[in-house]
Ligand binder design. Structure first.
Ligand code: G3H
Length: 248
Protein backbone atom coordinates (compact mmCIF):
# COMPACT_ATOMS: atom_id res chain seq x y z
CA UNK A 1 0.00 0.00 0.00
CA UNK A 2 1.38 3.38 -1.01
CA UNK A 3 2.03 6.02 1.64
CA UNK A 4 -0.16 9.14 1.45
CA UNK A 5 2.12 12.07 2.17
CA UNK A 6 1.71 15.83 2.46
CA UNK A 7 5.00 17.67 2.90
CA UNK A 8 5.35 21.35 3.81
CA UNK A 9 8.34 22.99 2.14
CA UNK A 10 8.79 26.31 3.92
CA UNK A 11 11.62 27.23 1.53
CA UNK A 12 13.58 30.24 2.94
CA UNK A 13 10.71 31.42 5.11
CA UNK A 14 10.11 31.22 8.83
CA UNK A 15 11.39 32.23 12.24
CA UNK A 16 11.19 30.88 15.79
CA UNK A 17 7.95 32.81 16.26
CA UNK A 18 6.39 31.49 13.07
CA UNK A 19 7.43 27.93 13.90
CA UNK A 20 5.80 28.17 17.30
CA UNK A 21 2.53 29.67 16.04
CA UNK A 22 2.24 27.56 12.90
CA UNK A 23 3.19 24.20 14.39
CA UNK A 24 1.00 24.89 17.41
CA UNK A 25 -2.05 25.31 15.20
CA UNK A 26 -1.16 22.63 12.65
CA UNK A 27 -0.36 20.14 15.43
CA UNK A 28 -3.79 20.63 17.01
CA UNK A 29 -5.51 20.04 13.70
CA UNK A 30 -3.43 16.97 12.88
CA UNK A 31 -4.19 15.43 16.25
CA UNK A 32 -7.81 14.97 15.17
CA UNK A 33 -7.09 13.98 11.55
CA UNK A 34 -7.47 10.27 10.88
CA UNK A 35 -7.28 9.91 7.08
CA UNK A 36 -3.95 8.08 7.21
CA UNK A 37 -1.94 10.93 5.71
CA UNK A 38 1.69 11.23 6.74
CA UNK A 39 2.55 14.89 7.30
CA UNK A 40 6.11 16.18 7.04
CA UNK A 41 7.32 19.67 7.91
CA UNK A 42 10.43 20.80 6.05
CA UNK A 43 11.63 24.13 7.44
CA UNK A 44 14.98 25.80 6.82
CA UNK A 45 17.60 23.53 8.41
CA UNK A 46 18.26 25.91 11.33
CA UNK A 47 14.72 25.33 12.58
CA UNK A 48 14.55 21.56 12.16
CA UNK A 49 15.24 20.74 15.81
CA UNK A 50 12.75 23.33 17.04
CA UNK A 51 10.06 22.13 14.64
CA UNK A 52 10.71 18.54 15.61
CA UNK A 53 10.27 19.43 19.28
CA UNK A 54 7.08 21.41 18.57
CA UNK A 55 5.55 18.83 16.22
CA UNK A 56 6.09 15.86 18.53
CA UNK A 57 4.45 12.79 17.09
CA UNK A 58 1.99 14.73 14.88
CA UNK A 59 4.38 15.26 11.97
CA UNK A 60 7.73 14.13 10.63
CA UNK A 61 10.52 16.56 9.88
CA UNK A 62 12.88 16.96 6.94
CA UNK A 63 15.53 19.14 5.31
CA UNK A 64 15.23 20.96 2.01
CA UNK A 65 18.54 19.69 0.64
CA UNK A 66 21.53 17.52 1.50
CA UNK A 67 25.11 17.54 0.27
CA UNK A 68 26.30 15.16 -2.44
CA UNK A 69 29.25 14.28 -0.18
CA UNK A 70 29.38 12.43 3.15
CA UNK A 71 31.53 14.89 5.18
CA UNK A 72 34.53 17.17 5.02
CA UNK A 73 35.60 20.62 3.85
CA UNK A 74 32.37 21.77 2.20
CA UNK A 75 31.56 25.08 3.89
CA UNK A 76 27.86 25.73 4.24
CA UNK A 77 26.75 22.22 3.38
CA UNK A 78 24.70 19.79 5.49
CA UNK A 79 25.21 16.06 5.15
CA UNK A 80 22.48 13.43 5.01
CA UNK A 81 23.95 11.82 8.14
CA UNK A 82 23.64 15.14 10.01
CA UNK A 83 20.01 15.47 8.98
CA UNK A 84 19.33 11.96 10.26
CA UNK A 85 21.32 12.68 13.42
CA UNK A 86 19.02 15.58 14.41
CA UNK A 87 15.91 13.50 13.82
CA UNK A 88 14.96 14.14 10.20
CA UNK A 89 13.16 11.34 8.39
CA UNK A 90 13.02 13.12 5.04
CA UNK A 91 15.14 15.19 2.68
CA UNK A 92 14.11 16.96 -0.50
CA UNK A 93 16.55 16.55 -3.38
CA UNK A 94 16.53 18.13 -6.82
CA UNK A 95 14.00 20.90 -6.19
CA UNK A 96 13.69 23.02 -9.32
CA UNK A 97 14.84 26.09 -7.39
CA UNK A 98 18.10 24.27 -6.62
CA UNK A 99 18.41 23.13 -10.22
CA UNK A 100 17.79 26.62 -11.59
CA UNK A 101 19.46 28.90 -9.02
CA UNK A 102 22.36 26.66 -8.00
CA UNK A 103 23.00 24.83 -11.26
CA UNK A 104 22.28 21.38 -9.83
CA UNK A 105 22.51 18.70 -12.46
CA UNK A 106 20.89 15.27 -12.43
CA UNK A 107 24.37 13.81 -11.83
CA UNK A 108 24.78 15.86 -8.64
CA UNK A 109 21.24 14.95 -7.60
CA UNK A 110 22.09 11.26 -8.12
CA UNK A 111 24.99 11.69 -5.66
CA UNK A 112 22.60 13.30 -3.16
CA UNK A 113 20.24 10.36 -3.57
CA UNK A 114 23.11 7.97 -2.79
CA UNK A 115 24.07 9.96 0.32
CA UNK A 116 20.46 10.13 1.50
CA UNK A 117 19.95 6.40 1.10
CA UNK A 118 23.19 5.66 2.96
CA UNK A 119 21.78 7.69 5.88
CA UNK A 120 18.44 5.87 5.58
CA UNK A 121 16.51 9.08 4.92
CA UNK A 122 13.32 9.05 2.87
CA UNK A 123 14.03 11.18 -0.18
CA UNK A 124 11.55 13.42 -1.95
CA UNK A 125 13.02 13.71 -5.43
CA UNK A 126 11.57 16.67 -7.36
CA UNK A 127 11.19 16.50 -11.12
CA UNK A 128 9.34 18.70 -13.59
CA UNK A 129 9.40 20.49 -16.90
CA UNK A 130 9.59 24.19 -17.75
CA UNK A 131 6.79 25.95 -19.59
CA UNK A 132 8.79 25.91 -22.85
CA UNK A 133 9.35 22.17 -22.51
CA UNK A 134 5.64 21.57 -21.84
CA UNK A 135 4.62 23.69 -24.81
CA UNK A 136 7.04 21.69 -26.98
CA UNK A 137 5.29 18.49 -25.87
CA UNK A 138 8.35 17.34 -23.92
CA UNK A 139 6.96 17.13 -20.36
CA UNK A 140 7.07 13.34 -20.08
CA UNK A 141 10.46 13.09 -21.85
CA UNK A 142 12.03 15.63 -19.50
CA UNK A 143 10.61 14.03 -16.37
CA UNK A 144 11.60 10.53 -17.53
CA UNK A 145 15.19 11.62 -18.16
CA UNK A 146 15.38 13.29 -14.73
CA UNK A 147 14.07 10.14 -13.02
CA UNK A 148 16.41 7.79 -14.88
CA UNK A 149 19.53 9.84 -14.14
CA UNK A 150 18.79 10.85 -10.54
CA UNK A 151 17.69 7.35 -9.49
CA UNK A 152 20.23 5.35 -11.47
CA UNK A 153 21.91 3.92 -8.37
CA UNK A 154 18.71 2.91 -6.55
CA UNK A 155 17.91 -0.77 -6.27
CA UNK A 156 16.34 -3.35 -3.97
CA UNK A 157 15.18 -2.04 -0.62
CA UNK A 158 16.41 1.46 -1.55
CA UNK A 159 13.14 2.01 -3.42
CA UNK A 160 11.26 1.99 -0.10
CA UNK A 161 12.94 5.32 0.66
CA UNK A 162 12.06 7.03 -2.63
CA UNK A 163 9.18 9.46 -2.98
CA UNK A 164 8.81 11.46 -6.20
CA UNK A 165 7.30 14.95 -6.39
CA UNK A 166 6.18 16.03 -9.85
CA UNK A 167 6.44 19.80 -9.83
CA UNK A 168 5.96 21.52 -13.18
CA UNK A 169 8.31 24.50 -12.93
CA UNK A 170 5.71 26.85 -14.43
CA UNK A 171 3.26 25.99 -11.62
CA UNK A 172 5.55 26.71 -8.67
CA UNK A 173 4.57 29.82 -6.74
CA UNK A 174 2.70 31.19 -9.75
CA UNK A 175 -0.89 30.36 -8.85
CA UNK A 176 -1.06 28.26 -12.05
CA UNK A 177 -1.75 24.62 -11.29
CA UNK A 178 -1.55 21.74 -13.72
CA UNK A 179 -5.03 20.42 -14.37
CA UNK A 180 -5.75 17.27 -12.43
CA UNK A 181 -5.83 15.36 -15.76
CA UNK A 182 -2.45 16.73 -16.91
CA UNK A 183 -0.87 15.97 -13.54
CA UNK A 184 -2.36 12.47 -13.54
CA UNK A 185 -1.02 11.82 -17.06
CA UNK A 186 2.54 12.65 -15.97
CA UNK A 187 2.19 10.63 -12.77
CA UNK A 188 0.99 7.62 -14.74
CA UNK A 189 3.93 8.00 -17.12
CA UNK A 190 6.32 8.25 -14.16
CA UNK A 191 5.04 4.94 -12.83
CA UNK A 192 5.80 3.34 -16.20
CA UNK A 193 9.34 4.75 -16.13
CA UNK A 194 9.86 3.49 -12.58
CA UNK A 195 8.64 0.02 -13.59
CA UNK A 196 11.11 0.03 -16.53
CA UNK A 197 13.85 0.87 -14.04
CA UNK A 198 13.00 -2.17 -11.95
CA UNK A 199 11.27 -0.26 -9.16
CA UNK A 200 8.16 -1.58 -7.39
CA UNK A 201 6.31 1.17 -9.26
CA UNK A 202 2.90 0.62 -7.68
CA UNK A 203 4.44 1.02 -4.21
CA UNK A 204 6.28 4.30 -4.80
CA UNK A 205 4.45 7.40 -3.54
CA UNK A 206 4.12 10.11 -6.17
CA UNK A 207 3.31 13.62 -4.99
CA UNK A 208 2.18 16.66 -6.94
CA UNK A 209 3.57 20.13 -6.20
CA UNK A 210 2.93 23.54 -7.71
CA UNK A 211 0.37 26.04 -6.36
CA UNK A 212 -1.60 23.40 -4.44
CA UNK A 213 -4.28 25.24 -2.44
CA UNK A 214 -7.31 24.17 -0.39
CA UNK A 215 -9.57 24.70 -3.41
CA UNK A 216 -7.66 22.46 -5.85
CA UNK A 217 -6.15 19.86 -3.52
CA UNK A 218 -9.08 17.43 -3.41
CA UNK A 219 -9.33 17.14 -7.20
CA UNK A 220 -5.58 16.59 -7.58
CA UNK A 221 -5.41 14.03 -4.76
CA UNK A 222 -8.41 12.15 -6.15
CA UNK A 223 -6.35 11.12 -9.19
CA UNK A 224 -5.38 7.44 -9.05
CA UNK A 225 -1.62 8.02 -9.32
CA UNK A 226 -1.33 11.11 -7.10
CA UNK A 227 -0.55 10.13 -3.51
CA UNK A 228 -0.27 13.54 -1.87
CA UNK A 229 1.48 16.85 -2.28
CA UNK A 230 4.61 18.93 -1.77
CA UNK A 231 3.27 22.27 -0.61
CA UNK A 232 5.13 25.59 -0.69
CA UNK A 233 3.25 28.85 -0.12
CA UNK A 234 0.11 27.30 1.33
CA UNK A 235 2.13 25.44 3.97
CA UNK A 236 2.86 28.76 5.70
CA UNK A 237 -0.80 29.32 6.62
CA UNK A 238 -2.06 26.79 9.16
CA UNK A 239 -5.69 26.74 8.01
CA UNK A 240 -4.72 26.27 4.35
CA UNK A 241 -2.17 23.58 5.11
CA UNK A 242 -4.59 21.68 7.34
CA UNK A 243 -7.30 21.88 4.67
CA UNK A 244 -4.83 20.38 2.16
CA UNK A 245 -3.92 17.58 4.62
CA UNK A 246 -7.64 16.88 5.07
CA UNK A 247 -8.14 16.69 1.30
CA UNK A 248 -6.00 13.57 0.97
O1 G3H B 1 8.21 22.63 -2.80
C1 G3H B 1 7.13 23.14 -3.08
C2 G3H B 1 6.82 23.54 -4.43
O2 G3H B 1 7.87 24.23 -5.02
C3 G3H B 1 5.49 24.22 -4.60
O3 G3H B 1 5.51 25.55 -4.15
P1 G3H B 1 4.13 26.37 -4.18
O4 G3H B 1 3.12 25.54 -3.48
O5 G3H B 1 4.43 27.65 -3.47
O6 G3H B 1 3.78 26.56 -5.63
Amino acid sequence: MRRKIVAANWKMNGSNDLAKALIGEVGKGLATLDNGVEVVIIPPALYVSRVRQLAGSEAGVGVQDIAPWSQGAYTGEISAAMAADVGCQFAIVGHSERRELFGETDAVIADKVSQGLAAELDLILCVGETLAQREAGLAVDVVSAQLKEALKSVSGSGWKHIVIAYEPVWAIGTGKTATAEDAQAVHQAMRRVLADMGAPAQEVSLLYGGSVKPDNAAELFAQPDIDGGLIGGASLKASDFLAICEAV
